[in-house]
Design a protein around this ligand. Structure first.
Ligand code: GLC
Length: 396
């Protein structure tokens, strides 16, 4: 009897997960928003233009917390309008928004009681940006996601500093003096206690985020370098104990994600059998940079989006808002282009399924909409014959 009960409970949990991951797949297209103190610098430091992603500026220039924290006193995005952000996302065809509630810099972009290093207590802005965005998203029919840097936190002594695990990619950056952890304020890592950091900041903040802001669709952990399998598992169990339906990104570490996350700007070349989400920048940075003008066109984004959807993966496109709280004009231009494309072609994004064909098509992409409608999205410069080979059933 007990075995049967356990099996039933197990089946119930599995069925609930299947429903949640089906909702994730149905959403298909998300907006990533990277907004923090780094935004104030916009990739510039003492006259130098940063040669890396903007949200890493404190590590790139080894800026002491005592100096970097002063940025909070200037953070006052008077043009921030959460409804405008949500409207642009929804019009572009997005179904969910993932917002950086705390990035590697350790500054909380929501009303937290755990640390006074936050947008309400430390800035002249004094508003809960995440709270306002979450409410606006729900007004516009968007699901709400959280980005939370659970391992790297340059404001906290006990946060991760996996020096020995610098990783090949970062070695190149290490040569520029960068590091995963804050080795500039605290060169001696001997007495660091990562579990103490988890207990003092991460768990209490996740409790706030998963208790005070309604239903959370996904929680996007990041950079798990050096975390143990037990730490990843315990963290996942904890967030699920607070919100049983929240889905966890692959970067919780050690294989405990509910969906896989490839590297940044790494798109599919085939089909994914696992739930997968491809994070993509619009230029070459996540956090705003004044001098990064390498913007993708709306056409390029639409092509990459269709490539990803036809491969059975989600596509999450990043916006790095400006210090004044507006989206960069070039970002809004792309979102407007996507909205125009959707209106003009009635292309379906939400709820579409992957291409039923094994082969890639030279003229564009297939997805399946409304259950059994084959949706062919053709590149605007295709002028040859449009052949769809391998259709075995009668076409209605
Ligand atoms: C990398 C970067 C991080 C960014 C993330 C987005 O992990 O380190 O700054 O938020 O990619 O996918």
């Amino acid at each position: 009897m007990v075995a049967a009960l356990v099996a039933l409970v197990g089946w119930g949990a599995f069925a609930a997960f299947e429903t949640d991951i089906a909702a994730f797949r149905e959403a298909r297209f998300g907006m990533f928003i990277h907004w923090g103190l780094y935004t104030q610098l916009g990739g510039r430091w003492k006259g130098e233009r940063m040669d890396y992603i903007g949200e890493w500026i404190q590590s790139r220039y080894q800026i002491p917390n005592a100096e970097y924290g002063l940025l909070a006193k200037e953070f006052n995005p008077t043009k921030f309008d959460a409804d405008e952000w949500a409207r642009q996302a929804k019009d572009a065809g997005m179904e969910y928004v993932v917002f950086t509630t705390k990035h590697h810099e350790g500054f909380s972009m929501y009303a937290t009681k755990v640390s006074d290093y936050n947008i309400v207590d430390a800035t002249p802005f004094k508003r809960d940006a995440f709270g306002e965005l979450a409410a606006a998203c729900r007004r516009h029919g968007l699901k709400v996601g959280i980005y939370y840097s659970q391992n790297l936190d340059w404001h906290e002594f006990d946060a991760a500093d996996p020096r020995e695990n610098i990783g090949r990619r970062r070695t190149a950056l290490a040569n520029k003096g960068m590091s995963w952890g804050n080795s500039w304020d605290w060169p001696d890592a001997t007495n660091k206690d990562f579990d103490r950091y988890l207990k003092a900041k991460v768990y209490p903040q996740l409790k706030e985020l998963l208790t005070n802001y309604g239903e959370i669709f996904v929680i996007w952990f990041d950079c798990p370098n050096g975390m143990t399998p037990q730490q990843s598992k315990d963290l996942k169990d904890y967030v699920r104990s607070l919100q049983p339906h929240v889905l966890v990104s692959g970067r919780i570490g050690n294989g405990f994600g509910d969906f896989d996350t490839p590297g940044d700007n790494q798109l599919l070349t085939g089909k994914s059998e696992f739930p997968l989400e491809c994070p993509v920048t619009l230029n070459d940075t996540w956090g705003f940079k004044y001098d990064d003008h390498n913007w993708k066109s709306g056409y390029r984004v639409a092509c990459d989006l269709m490539e990803t959807l036809s491969g059975n993966a989600n596509y999450i496109l990043n916006i790095g808002p400006r210090p004044d709280g507006r989206f960069p004009d070039a970002s809004s231009d792309v979102l407007r282009e996507l909205a125009g494309w959707r209106r003009k072609t009635d292309v379906q994004i939400k709820g579409t399924k992957e291409s039923p064909f094994a082969q890639a098509m030279p003229w564009g992409w297939c997805t399946v909409a409304d259950g059994n409608v084959l949706q062919l999205v053709v590149k605007s410069d295709w002028t040859n014959e449009l052949a769809v080979c391998g259709v075995r059933n009668e076409i209605a």
